[in-house]
Write a protein that binds this ligand. Structure first.
Ligand code: FES
Ligand code: FES
Length: 313
């Protein structure tokens, strides 16, 4: 599986942040990273932390990503050339070839051209943007994040990839807007059952204090399973008919702000946090975003406190 480290992400006091295009150009000399588990990034995807990056590429968000730091190192000449390189990418369905830089994602470049490309999460886990290259996709693109169950190494070598998290590394043609159910049916994810069994017993209870009324909601299966189901704390509250405020639902606007009874960085896994005022210190005080938050323990949580957050000292 390809690596995400060092591909448009940089470390800030608030976690890993995706750089915009101009920031990436400015930081062309800082392109080589390694993980703190001593595993070379170019070979391994830090599998245990991978899901915690969901939403980062799409939302440009800061992450709570304990244990997977990046270390800047001197650039290798070949890497700098790679970022500067340009490739001809033929969007077959759209009948257009675009010249893309190695740092551009294939989805964004197409959307900027006005192509009607399917997508939902823009973060490599919904599979809505599934596409197929006319060659081995592991050679045609660098796919920073792939959390689609059936998009296995075999499927990738058959040409399938996710344009939302993929940057070109060769000239190639591809078909967009594929139906992942049909296209990936024959590729079975191998270890899913094993993972589910391990996490089966993990259950958290979150007491939502909503309009001063407590409602206890059960979260079964552990945080990875919840992320897979996309059952975040906003969704779970809505299932119980709690009228929780929201706007973006991707961790950018802060409208869904809630406050938990303890250190938010220990009680909640946020897959994306792009709301600037919600920094590390605020999260430790208990402020969290239910729309991208998944409980890692049992706790109580006051909802609809965005105004209170803004008015705090
Ligand atoms: S838009 Fe969700 S995986 Fe690409
Ligand atoms: S709804 Fe926008 S941050 Fe949660």
């Amino acid at each position: 599986m390809p690596s995400y480290c060092g591909k448009g992400l940089r470390e800030t006091p608030y976690g890993l942040v995706r750089m915009n295009e101009s920031q990436q150009r400015d930081e062309e000399t800082e392109v080589s990273y390694s993980c703190d588990d001593d595993t070379p990034c170019e070979q391994t995807l830090c599998e245990t932390k991978r899901r915690r990056l969901l939403g980062a590429v799409a939302a440009g968000g800061a992450l709570s990503l304990a244990g997977c730091t990046t270390i800047l190192a001197e650039p290798q000449e070949s890497q700098v050339r790679g970022r500067d390189a340009q490739f001809d990418v033929n969007y077959l369905r759209e009948g257009t070839t675009l010249r893309l830089r190695g740092s551009e994602t294939i989805l964004e470049a197409g959307l900027e051209e006005g192509f009607e490309l399917n997508y939902a999460c823009k973060a490599g886990y919904c599979g809505q943007c599934l596409a197929k290259a006319d060659s081995d996709a592991s050679e045609a693109v660098h796919m920073a994040i792939n959390d689609v169950g059936n998009l296995t190494d075999e499927a990738v070598s058959d040409g399938y990839f996710l344009p939302c998290t993929s940057q070109p590394r060769a000239n190639f043609s591809f078909q967009s807007n594929l139906d992942q159910g049909e296209e990936l049916a024959e590729y079975e994810e191998v270890d899913e059952e094993e993972e589910d069994v391990e996490e089966e017993d993990v259950t958290s209870f979150v007491t939502y204090i909503h309009d001063d009324e407590p409602t206890v909601i059960e979260f079964e299966g552990g945080v990875d399973a919840l992320i897979d189901e996309d059952r975040n704390m906003l969704v779970a509250g809505e299932e119980e008919d709690l009228d929780i405020d929201y706007a973006c639902r991707v961790g950018s606007c802060g409208q869904c702000m809630a406050k938990v009874s303890g250190d938010g960085s220990e009680l909640v896994e946020m897959t994306a946090n792009d709301y600037d005022p919600l920094d590390e210190e605020a999260v430790e005080e208990g402020w969290v975003l239910p729309c991208t938050g998944f409980p890692t323990d049992s706790f109580s949580m006051r909802t609809n406190v965005h105004d209170e957050f803004e008015d705090r000292e």
